[in-house]
Structure formats: C-alpha cells, structure tokens
Design a protein around this ligand. Sequence first.
Ligand code: CMX
Length: 462
Amino acid sequence: MVAYTGSEKEKIGQPSLVLSTPGPAVRMIQEKIAAQLPSWRSRVGRLTREHGNYKICDVTVEQIYGGIRGVQIQVSDISYVDPSQGIRLRGYTIPELMTLLPKAPGTEYPLVGGLYYLLLVDELPSDEQACMVEEEWRARSTVPDYVYQVIQAMPEDTHPMTLLSQAILALQRESVFSREYARGIKKADYWEAYLEDSFNLTAKLPAIAAFIYNLKYRQGDAIPPDPAQDWAANFAAMIGYGDNQEYQDFSRLVMVIHSDHEGANVSAHASHLVASALSDVYYACSAGMDGLAGPLHGLANQECLRWLLDVKAIFPDLPNPEALETFLWEQINAGAIIPGYGHAVLRTTDPRFTVQYEFAKKYMPDDKIFRLASQVYDVLPGILTRQGKVKNPWPNVDAINGALQYHYGVTQFDFYTVLFGVSRILGLTAHAVWSRALGKPIERPKSLTTRLLEEMVSKTGR
Ligand code: CMX
C-alpha cells in the first residue's frame, strides 16, 4: 500500500478544487487575452468573410490514404514547425527561448511558468510575471485523493502513460467549464472557464507524474512537494532529485522543449478535435495523452533508449565507426525502423535534439550511452540518406532524451513519455483556451468510401 495520501479529504460529487476567484496570475492572463480578443476576432472574421473561398491546398488520393500528410487543416498561432528550421513557439526558436525566458533563481535555465505565460499571452513575460504563474500553480497544486486512488487501483504492470491519462480523466469531475456550461455560460466566456481548468490541471501535473513514478519505481515512497521550488524543479524534487541542481535544470529544459509542436501532430490534433465538441480540457488532454502514447509519436523516446541499450549490449566498449556503419546498414536492410530518426514535417536536425545534445556535451561528455547516441548521430543520417526511403534522415527530439534521463538514474524508460506528456499539456491547454476564445466550431471533416473514390477518379480518365 502506498504511503501517499494527498491532503484533500472530500466527498465524491462535490467539486472542491475550484478556486472561487481566479488568482492574480490567471486574472492577469485573462486581462491580457481579453485585450487581444477584439483584434484576433476581427482578423479571423475578416479572413473567413472576405476570403472564405480562398483555396489553400488540393487533397490527393494518396494523401487521403496516407495519413492526410501535408494537408493544411489547422491554424495554430501558438507554434509553427518550419520544416527547415524546426519549432518556433510564439515566434521564438528553442535557442531564443533558452536565452529570453526568465530564469529560475541561480540557474541559466528557464522558469516553465514563463513559457506558459508566453504560450497563452503571446508576449515574453517579465521575471515577475513568470513568478506569478509559478505562484498560481503552487496555490492550485493539491491533487484530490480520489485521483491517487484511481492510479493505485490499477494493476502494477499498467503503463505509466495509461495512468497519466486516467488521472487526468479522473480530474474531469473538477471541470469549471463543464459545470459552467451546464449553468448556461455565454459562448464568448467559454475560454475563461477553459483557462481556469487549464491552470488547475497544469498545476497538478508534477505531483501526479511524481506519484506515478514513486508508486511504480520507488515502492510508493512519496516525497512531499517543495514549495520553494519552481514547477519543473519541484517535479524533479518529488521523484528524488531535490539535491541535484543539474537534473533540475534538465527537467526545466525538458519541460520547455516538449511543450508544443504546432496544431496537427497526433496529440495536438486529438486534443483539439475532442475539445471542439466542447469537451473540457481534462477530456481533451486525456485524449491527447492517448495519442502521445503511440510508438510513432511520444513513445518513441522510450523505444530510442531501448534500442540504444540493445546496441550497447552488442558493442559494450562502443563500436568503431566502420563497425557501427555495418551494423546500421544491416538493421536498415532488414527493414528496421530506427527510433528517434525521421519526422513527418521536419527536414533537418530537430533543434530540440540539438539543445539536449549540447546539454549532454556540457554535463556528461563521457557518458557511454550519450557517446553511443552521438556516434549514431554521426553515421545514421548518411545511411538513411543513401538508402533513399526516409524523407527526413535527421534525429528528432526523442533520439537523445532517454540517454540523458538514463545518465541521471531515471532508468525506467517506460516513464519517459510521461515527462513528454506533462510538458505537452502546456501546449494542448494553451491551444484549447485560444480555440474557445476564437469560437472555433466542432470539427467535422468528411469521409468517403473507396468506391466513391474509384468513381471520382474514373471520371478523370486517369
Ligand atoms: N528508420 C527507418 N526507416 C524509416 C524511419 C526510421 N527512423 N523513418 C521513416 N522510415 C521509413 C518509413 O517506414 C517509410 O518506409 P515505407 O515506405 O517502406 O513504409 C519511409 O521511410 C518513408 O517514411 P517517411 O515519409 O520519411 O516518414 P513518415 O512521415 O511516414 O513517418 C515518423 C514519420 C516519425 C513516424 C517515422 O520517421 C518514424 O517512424 N520514425 C521513428 C519513430 C520516431 O522517432 N517517432 C517520433 C517522432 C517525433 C514525434 O512525433 O514526437
């Protein structure tokens, strides 16, 4: 039995987490968003009114059967993936964010509260504004006991991503939006309730993730939150890294870089689709996590480390470049998918890979798994390019994350996607708030049958 009990003793059926009045950070963000809304609504209104019939792209049969790849179906003003440059969050590249976001005291790594402010408000926060978000998170961070009980009730071998998704779904009973919607809240105000829910959910994520970690890998040995720490460092502290400044910095880095990757990747799109039905952010984020849990998406980081460890077992003393090249060719020729390489949109090395690579070069240059990951990076893109099948031969964010976690002793690789997920919910919730603020409708594209497609193409004679 786990020692962790949380502190809220409440009766099922009585939502109690909701703050009756928003705290200062939420009020500040509400005001900032409200001030921008007239201009955004008029821009979007003008585009749809005056250019509603403007054709953005054609969709081919190949695209319909091929994962609607490249079809521009979404607008995200929060982030954009430039195929040749990588992600920009509110226009800022990863290196710019690492420089410009307010820093946690005593370190050169950002406060994640500052990033959340930027994602929501579209302006770089001052130190004070970033600290206000952190403070608001602190005030809302208590997780109700029943959420922990849901997690504890699951069989021991349940994947941590399932537990994360279930915990978020369990929290749905706290939804301010669902309660206010039932009371007849005006459509123009939906976003404010979404913002409340978003703060409540994101505030609790570090404690939920730490609970899952401690339950699964530390015999349920809970470590209480450290209110002196910021959101990301507090998470690190709650899984046993309270005295490890380097891991806390890594945690800050991880939470910034995984937060968003524009609006049409699997987790973002799943979450957006669910929220478009006016399901609240808990439903939407749980759905987003279910998509992130797939091996072609967020689970790839756990697969990457598994693969690197397999390679290391074959070459315990690190391979020479020729031996590694021969081995990789054998893998590719046998049809293996090398996790961490390739991307549906990117056509360059993922800057989220690069920033972790630089971190590792600085703090763990001699770590054997990192050196192996680095050797693979030297050789594999050339092989994938020569093989000619892969559209992007370069590493993505997942290629190296596990190697760094492993170095610090977070060796349970099935947990890595949870870390990705906790960060990604920052982006999912920011998107959800803005989708409601701009009054985006329910999504309902159209599906066809193969026979209809055959009839359509037969008319063209080709
Ligand atoms: N190793 C070997 N072959 C690969 C490959 C890789 N890493 N990535 C793609 N290919 C192959 C594909 O299987 C495909 O082969 P077939 O034509 O025989 O089916 C071919 O190359 C073309 O694929 P693509 O168009 O370049 O890639 P997709 O856009 O279809 O898929 C992705 C993109 C990421 C799913 C794919 O590259 C992959 O599976 N990579 C490994 C998993 C991974 O790292 N996922 C994390 C992505 C980041 C994220 O979403 O978080």
